[in-house]
Design a protein around this ligand. Structure first.
Ligand code: NAP
Length: 247
């Protein structure tokens, strides 16, 4: 097992990519704190699945855009397991619309969850990881943060922001042995992409050299690598997991 004795916090772990990541890290022996916004039933299902395979899991509900809530989440994890070795900043939302039609609240909500949420969670674990002289942080960006996408000015700004944040934090934390990397998924089959009309989906798949939509597990495998000992010399990087879409 690659992560025995490790404690991981995965934000947005009740569904999609976060769920797959929580399950993958638990499979490799990590104790996993499952953060989510409001979907208790789905979060409990992830916890039960981890426990049914002999793993340890903890539910930590809390809106990551709220700094006080995030502090409570971190405190709960540390009170329970004494430390946090791995933070996966995965939680995210979309409020898509053309810029002409996008409301100020659509812009603000996406920035607050997708970008400020990453700041909140990272800041809250920094002191712990600094003291430990070790830690792994993985931030979920998107190919849209590299390429842009019509209808997603809010989302792509947040995802591009995550890339700048990742590189700056990687430089700040490197002297303490903490690595910070970003994963940029392409088009992945989750609730977030479920509502995309079939015609648009077909067009998107045509732009993917590997010819298929990605699975949440494709992303979880990359996160596992980045938080494992094998990735000890990798920091400040953005890994596209997109079937070749962004190249
Ligand atoms: P998803 O299926 O919609 O799941 C979103 C998760 O985030 C849920 O667990 C949700 O909790 C949680 N969440 C949302 N707002 C939150 C908040 N304020 N505080 C705490 N948790 C919150 O999304 P996904 O497709 O797995 O996406 C995961 C990440 O990958 C996101 O950052 C997304 O931007 C990124 N990404 C996805 C794709 C894709 O194609 N799917 C591509 C590129 C990047 P509840 O269940 O409680 O609502």
């Amino acid at each position: 097992m690659k992560l025995s004795e490790k404690v991981a916090l995965v934000t947005g772990a009740s569904r999609g990519i976060g769920r797959a990541t929580a399950l993958k890290l638990a499979e490799e022996g990590a104790k996993v704190a499952i953060n989510f916004a409001g979907n208790v039933k789905k979060a409990e299902e992830v916890k039960s699945e981890i426990e049914s395979k002999g793993g340890e899991a903890l539910l930590v509900q809390g809106d990551i855009s709220n700094f006080e809530k995030v502090s409570e989440v971190i405190k709960t994890v540390v009170d329970t397991w004494g430390k946090i070795d791995i933070l996966v900043n995965n939680a995210g939302i979309t409020r898509d619309n053309l810029l002409m039609k996008m409301s100020e609240s659509d812009f603000d909500e996406v920035i607050a969850t997708n970008l400020k949420g990453v700041f909140n969670c990272t800041k809250a674990v920094t002191r712990l990881m600094m003291k430990q002289h070790s830690g792994r942080i993985v931030n979920m960006s998107s190919v849209v943060g590299l390429m842009g996408n019509a209808g997603q000015t809010n989302y792509s700004a947040a995802k591009a922001g995550i890339i700048g944040f990742t590189k700056s934090a990687a430089k700040e934390f490197a002297p303490r042995g903490i690595t910070v990397n970003a994963v940029a998924p392409g088009f992945i089959c989750t609730d977030m992409t479920e509502t995309i009309p079939e015609k648009i989906k077909t067009g998107l798949i045509e732009k993917i050299p590997l010819g298929r939509i990605g699975n949440p597990e494709d992303i979880a495998n990359t996160v596992l690598f980045l938080v494992s000992d094998e990735a000890a010399y990798i920091t400040g990087q953005v890994i596209c997991v997109d079937g070749g879409m962004a190249m």
